[in-house]
Design a protein around this ligand. Structure first.
Ligand code: NAP
Length: 305
């Protein structure tokens, strides 16, 4: 019997990586993950083997990728925290690419972000562009998949907007709220990533949903679907950040960063190309209105518990 090809998914016990892994397993493919998490958090049991990232031991990192056909890379940091900075994430990503080349990996499917640019004032978007360039100049065949904000059961941003709308009498939108957002469903993103993994050509594509909202419309839609009575007001971004920090102090998390607010206000979470994903955020919300925001999801707790 032929042994199925081996895929490595970085972060298979995380958010996007979990759905990519589920999809690969459902297609009868083998999956190994590189992760910083302990195997105790492995929801896939013996179906998924694990190795640590080993960014500081290139030979071990290379060995952990040997025999891999396709590397699905979700590794990145949301904001700089403790030693996990954007510069470190860029360096580690470059090491991963080098190790994949040395290990003879055929193809990389890299999850980036819409509007990544080396000229971006935001380290998240700038770092992503630097990593994209390293992939394009590598020996690997590649697909670069650029999602906007991702929605799904484990998504932090949308869940926590809903939590705030449920919990407080007022919700502060930063600025006039006219900037746009084009959310993409996590399972659609996984489907796009895996279909890109099965191709041969080099490709860069946005992974974006069919609906575009202004941020104001987006918050109002969530409020309406979850039947929140919170008054939605508009405040200066600086004041919104102060409020977010106060709430962050309360929930022991980083609710949103200044760069995330500015990135959103610069229309970076919307695509100039046609939508590539099918699931409508509004329909997902209809089905999930009872659950979304029922409890706060702490990104820090998830990572550093
Ligand atoms: N979530 C979104 O709305 C969104 C939007 C646009 C683009 N993206 C991109 O999509 C990809 C996946 O995002 P995700 O939200 O699904 O991420 P995630 O599951 O939270 O993390 C993805 C990977 O990055 C590692 N990682 C995350 N934070 C880290 C930290 N502080 N220190 C060390 N390692 C860290 C995780 O390590 P462990 O394996 O140890 O957990 C995991 O391997 C990322 O490249 C992200 O930039 C996400």
């Amino acid at each position: 019997m032929e042994i199925p090809e081996l895929n490595v998914v970085t972060g298979a016990f995380g958010y996007t990586g979990k759905y990519i892994t589920q999809r690969l397993l459902s297609m009868g493919e083998r999956v190994k993950t590189l992760t910083g998490r302990s195997d105790l958090k492995n929801p896939f049991g013996s179906q998924v083997t694990t190795s640590p990232f080993n960014f500081d031991k290139l030979s071990l990192l290379t060995e952990s990728l040997r025999g891999t056909t396709t590397l699905y890379n979700t590794y990145w940091v949301r904001f700089s925290y403790r030693g996990a900075t954007f510069d470190r994430a860029v360096e580690n990503s470059k090491k991963l690419i080098k190790a994949a080349e040395s290990a003879g990996v055929r193809r990389i499917v890299h999850i980036s972000i819409t509007n990544a640019s080396e000229e971006s004032p935001f380290p998240y978007f700038r770092g992503k562009a630097i990593v994209e360039k390293a992939i394009i100049h590598s020996k690997l065949s590649y697909a670069i998949v650029r999602p906007t904000v991702i929605f799904g059961a484990e998504g932090v941003l949308i869940n926590n907007i809903a939590w705030l709308l449920r919990r407080f009498p007022i919700f502060a939108v930063f600025g006039p709220g006219k900037y746009r957002i084009q959310p993409v469903f996590v399972e659609d993103l996984a489907e796009i990533a895996v279909s890109m993994g099965h191709r041969e050509d080099n490709v860069v594509t946005d992974a974006v949903g069919p609906e575009i909202y202004t941020f104001d419309e987006f918050v109002r839609l969530i409020a309406q679907k979850i039947r929140s009575k919170a008054k939605i007001i508009h405040v200066k971004p600086g004041l919104a950040l102060v409020l977010a920090r106060l709430i962050g102090y309360m929930v022991k998390d980083v609710v949103i960063t200044k760069d995330e607010i500015n990135g959103l206000m610069s229309n970076l979470l919307v695509s100039a190309s046609r939508s590539t994903a099918k699931t409508h955020f509004s329909e997902w919300l209809d089905v999930n209105a009872g659950k979304v925001g029922a409890r706060y999801i702490s990104g820090l707790e998830r990572r550093y518990d």
